[in-house]
Design a protein around this ligand. Structure first.
Ligand code: ZN
Length: 182
């Protein structure tokens, strides 16, 4: 990546894929506490520990105010069902840097995170997949009783009749090609 003075915020899979692709991190890079814990529980993370020790990768926890804003936005656009707590925290950390006027870029291969990032005006780039070309807002509907919600229960069952909720696109915006991958 050629841009100067950018801050990269990486989710758990992005840090692993970033190192596999580029071999090193040459930008100011951040990862959340929950993302680093996810990595440590799943893989040998000597390389990542080394990056932290040498100050190339910073571990940070986003403030509650940003976490709340991410949750509020994800609920509004029908994406809250798709995000883990670690995803929300990563988005919140990226949002913090954006609000501080920094050139922050979220690195993720998760389509839902890209979608929520777009809604929050966070720039994003992907590594192994193409970035989303369309921003979408979703609604979940029950085809039996016509109940609808943007915040479905985790089992996706209609709270009124118990039938399965189906996801529909409520609104879509084409994303300009400037949001390119790395
Ligand atoms: Zn129903």
């Amino acid at each position: 990546m050629n841009e100067e003075n950018v801050i990269l915020i990486l989710d758990a899979s992005a840090i692993i894929n970033y190192l596999a692709k580029f071999g090193n991190i040459d930008k100011e890079a951040y990862i959340t506490t929950s993302a680093i814990n996810e990595i440590r529980s799943e893989t040998s993370s000597l390389r990542i520990d080394q990056l932290v020790l040498t100050g190339k990768l910073h571990i940070a926890h986003p403030d509650e105010v940003y976490i709340k804003e991410v949750i509020r936005t994800a609920r509004r656009i029908g994406n809250i069902h798709d995000l883990s707590n670690a995803d929300i925290e990563t988005l919140a950390l990226a949002l913090k840097f954006v609000k501080e006027g920094k050139k922050a870029i979220l690195i993720t291969d998760d389509y839902s995170m890209m979608n929520v990032a777009y809604a929050l005006n966070i720039r994003f780039k992907s590594l192994l997949v193409k970035p989303i070309r369309e921003y979408r807002e979703y609604i979940y509907i029950c085809q039996t009783c016509h109940f609808s919600t943007r915040e479905p229960p985790s089992d996706l069952k209609c709270p009124h009749c118990g039938d399965m909720l189906v996801r529909r696109i409520r609104r879509r915006i084409r994303i300009k090609a400037s949001q390119e991958g790395l």
